[in-house]
Ligand binder design. Structure first.
Ligand code: GDP
Ligand code: MG
Length: 642
């Protein structure tokens, strides 16, 4: 495995990679592929699905945790006495090939970037103050500091608050427990290598950090102890330290390493990290008791880096089968879950146009199906509309009675109210015509009510289809809904105008003579039939009733009601059909056609990406699943090549 850009410049940086933290200089070619594998898995965002190895520090307050991380990473973190690290800090080192040193700090929705390494401390302090307040409190919220530079290796280091026992002023009584809980959350992860940091001048046997690490890693497979501040060992106590390092006090599988980091004095004197590493080496070389440890690889940050690198590689190696299994399992879950979600829009731009057409066609087909005559499927608009038209029919037929009653009342009072100088029985046609006109005008509102009812139903049904077809595409849905509403509004106005025109026309009071005469004859026949049924063929009486219809025999006024009844019947038939036909033609047939045309027009010059952008839960979930699937597949491929 070869990194692009790895060349002589890179190798040079290896050799004197001091400024970039000791860790970097220790990644030789044998271990690099493993680190690179993890880098790759990280770079494709696999961390969202699987936990990857990280290094966490655990120890008492001021034991030197931040200093150790600083020496390893080359990133100056806040250090000092008292509680300095108050929130977990995830230090993500990302190697870049060329380019400047860059940092991105994120916490609680805040994301800030900066390009000056000396600003790390102030940024971390600000973040901590934001999360945990200005005082001495702690907070579980994670601060993520991502550093991209050609001079780091891809690694995740986690700095944690130190263990305290006695709360200081301003700290809650249970601060110790809070911190312990927080530390445990990180160190119990199987993927984490735990560095237990203990100052040389402290009794290791009673160190709580060590006990905590042992509780989560009884085998000691991922626990390494670091002894700090060797320069502060009491004179004469050195042999005790040697006993510890040699595992004679507390045995640890992975053993101990002594490191000397920058003390407060070194920092005050602005000693660089590179110089500090050199000074550290000199310190051990010249140390009366500790110098033999150099050869045994038990001292210096350099040595810690080598050991840690090896541990990390071992850890990756042992994690690989587990990682592979995990990836396979995740893949299965993602695939099963994806099946539950309907397919979404294609991700490639050029496939989006045809996909949009497909979606629009689907909508159009559904609208067509809804309005199709003879459609036997369960969704047929006519089934909904028919009862409304039937109601209109019964309404018209029922008003006949009230109309005739009014006419009869009018006849009764005719002489009093309407008769002029004409002889009796020569009544005025215009008066009756007016009665018909008045009644017909009264039918306008009910006819418009039918129109309104049908419009509401058609609009609701069309909208329903739209919601279903474009459920995941808010832009498309909104456009289509607007079109539906606009068309329905326009068509309703059109039909309303025609109904009004028609009602106005009906006030002409007209029918062909032949139709009217046929109506009169049918009516007469009906009456005769009814009478015969009632009177069992009494020929005399039948003669009488027949004479009644011989329009000349009696006062023609008595017959007027019957005649108007016959005419109303003709009007009723015209209206009962014409209103529904108008409505069907314009509100359903024509509006469906207009909608189909306008929807297809949406393709012209459309911003396909925008139209197909999803915001529904389902869309987001599916997009997320697709991304996961992609990541996992890549990871699987990479692992199988390894
Ligand atoms: P933390 O609270 O565990 O993160 O500890 P820090 O890293 O903040 O260190 C606490 C203090 O100890 C700081 O002032 C460091 O400069 C100092 N310190 C760390 N390591 C050493 C060391 O090896 N020698 C000396 N003399 N001081 C050290
Ligand atoms: Mg610290």
């Amino acid at each position: 495995m070869h990194r692009p850009g790895a060349g002589s410049e890179d190798e040079e940086r290896y050799r004197d990679g001091m400024q970039s933290g000791v860790f970097y200089s220790h990644l030789d070619r044998q271990v690099r592929p493993f680190i690179e594998l993890i880098d790759f898995l990280r770079s494709i965002g696999i961390e969202k699905d699987l936990a990857l190895p990280a290094i966490a520090v655990v120890g008492d307050q001021s034991s030197g945790k931040s200093s150790v991380l600083e020496a390893l990473s080359g990133v100056a973190l806040p250090r000092g006495s008292g509680i300095v690290t108050r929130c977990p800090l995830e230090l993500k080192l990302r190697k870049s090939f060329g380019g400047k040193w860059k940092a991105k700090i994120s916490y609680q929705g805040v994301v800030e970037t900066f390009e000056d390494p000396s600003l790390v401390e102030i940024h971390v302090r600000t973040a901590q103050n934001t999360l945990a307040g200005d005082g001495v409190g702690i907070c579980d919220d994670l601060i993520t500091l991502e550093i991209t530079s050609p001079d780091v290796c891809d690694l995740t280091l986690i700095d944690l608050p130190g263990i305290t026992r006695v709360p200081v002023t301003g700290q809650p009584e249970d601060i110790g427990d809070q911190i312990r809980r927080l530390i445990l959350k990180f160190i119990k992860k199987q993927e984490t290598i735990n560095l237990v940091v203990v100052p040389c001048n402290v009794d290791i046997a009673t160190t709580e950090a060590l006990r905590m690490a042992q509780s989560v890693d009884p085998e000691g497979a991922r626990t390494l102890a670091i002894l700090t501040k060797p320069d502060l060992v009491d004179k004469g106590a050195e042999p005790d330290i040697l006993k510890i390092v040699n595992g004679q006090v507390v045995h640890l599988n992975k053993g101990y390493i002594i490191v000397k980091c920058r003390g407060q004095n070194d920092i005050n004197q602005k000693i660089s990290l590179a110089d500090a590493t050199r000074l550290e080496m000199e310190f051990f070389k010249n140390h009366h008791h500790f110098s033999p440890l150099l050869e045994q690889n038990k001292v210096t940050t350099q040595c810690l880096a080598t050991k840690l690198t090896q541990d990390l590689v071992d850890h990756i190696k042992t994690s690989l089968p587990y990682l592979t299994d995990q990836i396979r399992e995740h893949l299965e879950t993602v695939k099963t879950e994806l099946k539950k979600y309907s397919t979404g829009p294609p991700l490639e731009r050029k496939k989006m146009g045809p996909y949009l057409t497909e979606r629009l066609m689907d909508f159009i087909d559904k609208i067509h199906e809804l309005c199709r005559i003879g459609n036997s499927s369960e969704k047929n608009l006519y089934t909904f509309l028919r009862p409304v038209f039937q109601q209109w029919d019964s309404y018209l037929s029922n008003t006949k009675g009230s109309f005739l009653n009014k006419v009869e009342a009018m006849i009764k009072n005719y002489d009093k109210e309407h008769r002029g100088r004409e002889l009796i029985t020569f009544s005025d046609y215009c008066v009756y015509e007016h009665a018909v006109q008045k009644h017909i005008l009264g039918l306008q509102e009910p006819a418009l009510d039918v129109l309104k009812a049908i419009r509401d139903m058609v609009q609701a049904e069309f909208r329903h289809v739209c919601e279903a077809c474009f459920k995941s595409y808010p832009q498309l849905r909104c456009l289509a809904l607007t079109k539906i509403d606009e068309i329905q509004m326009k068509q309703e106005a059109k039909v309303e105008k025609r109904i009004k025109e028609y009602i106005n026309m009906e006030r002409l009071v007209y029918t062909q003579d032949s139709i009217f005469v046929k109506g009169l004859k049918d009516h007469k026949d009906q009456l005769k039939e009814a009478f015969e049924e009632e009177h069992f063929y009494d020929p005399e009486e039948i003669e009488d009733i027949t004479a009644t219809f011989n329009c000349t025999a009696f006062d023609s006024r008595k017959l007027t009601t019957d005649k108007l009844g016959v005419y109303y019947e003709i009007v009723y038939q015209r209206l009962a059909d014409y209103v529904p036909m108008l409505i069907l033609q314009f509100m359903l047939k024509e509006s469906a056609k207009m909608l189909r045309i306008q929807i297809m027009d949406l393709r012209d010059g459309a911003d396909v990406v925008k139209l197909l952008s999803e915001d529904s839960m389902e869309g987001r979930r599916r997009a997320d699943l697709h991304q996961r699937l992609d990541r996992l597949k890549k990871a699987q491929e990479k692992l199988s090549e390894f």
